[in-house]
Write a protein that binds this ligand. Structure first.
Ligand SMILES: *Cc1c(COP(=O)(O)O)cnc(C)c1O
Length: 365
């Protein structure tokens, strides 16, 4: 008997395996350091805006997210007509793939790129082409070498998750210049707010000066609104026009929209979080390195910690050891990094407990 058959590519997607539910020893406080969420929560003004909407849940949202596009426009100096908001940047990434990828096409991502990219590629019947990285960092020459006549799109998170590394603006410009003009370059700037390097640019300049580059950003990280699902993209008018045609008419809810407006206007909250992250990123990198583990230099709100292969000292064993203490890091088997753990930078208390935990783990306690 025949039955419905999924489109080609769908069954090639590795099914999502949720992280194990952490079970800490009784009496341990649990610190979730596995999803790059802020330890500070959102701005109190965002929470207030969210609660204010509760009396009007019967009304559909304003469909174009106008007030949010205007607030983003003010914050970054952008034309609101060139912004599209979405239910998380996940939705935006999927809309881009749906708009530009088809059967027989290829999209390039890097070895340890964000997992949403291959999923969005395969979901549209296209082939995911992986460009190797150098030192856990995207390699412009390797990406350019992976280009074929079938390439339609290049995915690049800058900074990248889960590695925490970034490409300077000169390299991004070199990438763009080397790609065929019909290839869409998607710059995912989810972690740009945490970067303080003067050779970094989040992508705005390239989007503003080319016809084939978009940048995406999210309210899930520094703004602490991951539960609400809000993201956005900035792109050339012809791309905004095409993507808008398949966007759901009410894809961002009113509470999400208004909380995001309040969040982006609270620059003091963002600055506090950035300062904290930078201080503890340096501290963690130094401390963990001095324990004899390798830490990939990060510019984001997490660090990638590499473990030895010898029994008793592996990443999987460290993960189990820390979990018992209520310290939940992220194992990276499905990112091709079985010997590393990713740790989101947490509160001072959490950060100190992780370093103490790693010290005890390595001492065989
Ligand atoms: C967290 C993250 C996002 C944000 O996704 P949302 O759907 O907006 O929550 C986007 N890209 C990368 C690389 C991320 O790590």
């Amino acid at each position: 008997m025949s039955r419905p058959v999924p489109n080609p590519g769908i069954l090639d997607i590795a099914p999502y395996t949720p992280g194990k539910s952490p079970v800490a020893e009784p009496g341990r406080k649990v610190f979730k350091l596995s999803a790059n969420e802020t330890p500070f929560g959102p701005s109190p003004k965002a929470i207030a805006a969210y609660k204010d909407v509760a009396g009007h849940l019967e009304d559909y949202p304003e469909g174009s997210s106008r007030v949010l596009r205007e607030a983003i426009g003010r914050a970054f100096g952008l034309d609101p007509d060139r912004i599209i908001c979405g239910a998380g940047s996940d939705e935006i990434l999927n809309l881009l793939a749906h708009t530009y990828l088809d059967h027989g096409d290829e999209a390039i991502s890097t070895t340890h790129g964000f997992l949403v990219y291959p999923i969005a590629t395969l979901a549209n019947g296209a082939k995911n082409v992986v460009a190797p990285e150098t030192d856990f960092t995207a390699d412009v020459d390797a990406i350019l070498k992976a280009v074929s006549p079938r390439t339609k799109l290049v995915w690049l998170a800058n900074p990248n998750n889960p590695t925490g590394t970034y490409l300077p603006f000169d390299e991004i410009k070199r990438l763009r210049a080397g790609l065929p003009s019909n290839v869409l370059l998607v710059l995912d700037a989810a972690y740009c707010d945490y970067v303080s390097r003067n050779d970094y640019e989040m992508g705005i300049e390239l989007v503003a000066t080319t016809e084939n580059t978009v940048m995406t950003h999210t309210f899930s990280k520094i703004h602490g609104l991951a539960a609400l699902r809000v993201g956005w993209m900035f792109g050339p008018p012809h791309i905004v026009d095409a993507v808008s045609r398949i966007r759901g008419p009410f894809n961002v809810s009113t509470p999400a929209m208004l909380a995001a407006v309040a969040a982006i206007e609270d620059t003091a909250h963002q600055q506090m979080s950035k300062t904290h992250t930078e201080k503890w990123r340096n501290w963690l990198t130094e401390q963990i390195t001095s324990l004899g583990l390798k830490v990939t230099p990060s510019v984001a709100n997490f660090v990638l910690i590499h473990f030895p292969l010898e029994k008793g000292r592996t990443a999987a064993e460290a993960d189990a050891f820390l979990t018992k203490r209520g310290l939940v890091l992220r194992g990276l088997n499905n990112y091709g990094l079985p010997h590393a753990l990713r740790m989101t930078i947490g509160t001072e208390e959490a950060n100190r407990l992780v370093v103490d935990g790693l010290r005890d783990f390595l001492a065989g306690k």
